[in-house]
Write a protein that binds this ligand. Structure first.
Ligand code: MN
Length: 193
């Protein structure tokens, strides 16, 4: 498929200008994982889909081990700008506690039907199964989200796919706790703000 922004990008050197590259195409949408010290600590996994961030709360955060299945509770859609939010939600407010941008990047949809044709990510999520390739600083490679349960008991599982980025020994949530936005830990953000 041709890139409608090719001419726009060709005319500009994005190392020298601060104008946006316009990366928000189907193969370059954003994702973010925010570590959130609410009443219980969790990681909010968010995928840009049709102008919003589809969101799941993952109590244990993502694993790099394909043998680990991580529970992911769906939460309400968030605005795209929320992916940059880092700070403290005040006591008494919804989700009170510190938030850091734990990892973020771009993703590509990997979901296909039996004939190998791409299923658009929004249709894949509606159908209860989506797979995608994440490019982040800590997390990369293929991941799959699969819906289990339904109605008021809707839950999903987030699982690393078995590919060259899989690593059963890494524990990035433990060994790389700091924000990719500011370098701060969630404890530092809680104290500073
Ligand atoms: Mn949260």
């Amino acid at each position: 498929m041709s890139d409608p922004l090719e001419e726009y990008r060709r005319k500009r050197d994005f190392r020298k200008t601060n104008e946006p590259r316009g990366d928000r195409s189907d193969d370059g949408r954003r994702w973010v994982i925010q570590k959130h010290a609410a009443s219980s600590l969790h990681y909010d996994f968010r995928l840009e889909v049709k102008g919003v961030l589809k969101s799941w709360a993952v109590p244990k955060g993502p694993s790099t081990d394909p043998g680990e299945r991580r529970l992911a509770q769906p939460t309400e859609d968030h605005p795209i700008e929320y992916g940059d939010f880092e700070g403290v939600i005040p006591a008494g407010e919804y989700g009170a506690g510190a938030v850091i941008v734990w990892d973020r990047g771009r993703y590509r949809n990997l979901t296909t039907d039996d004939d190998g044709e791409e299923i658009p990510i929004e249709a894949a999520l509606e159908g209860g199964h989506a797979s995608f390739w994440l490019e982040g600083e800590k997390i990369s490679g293929g991941y799959a989200l699969t819906r289990i349960g339904s109605g008021g008991d809707e839950r999903w599982l987030l699982v690393k796919m078995d590919d060259e980025e899989a690593d059963a020994r890494r524990r990035p949530t433990s060994t790389q706790p700091e924000s990719v936005k500011s370098g701060r830990t969630i404890e530092e953000v809680a104290e500073e703000e």
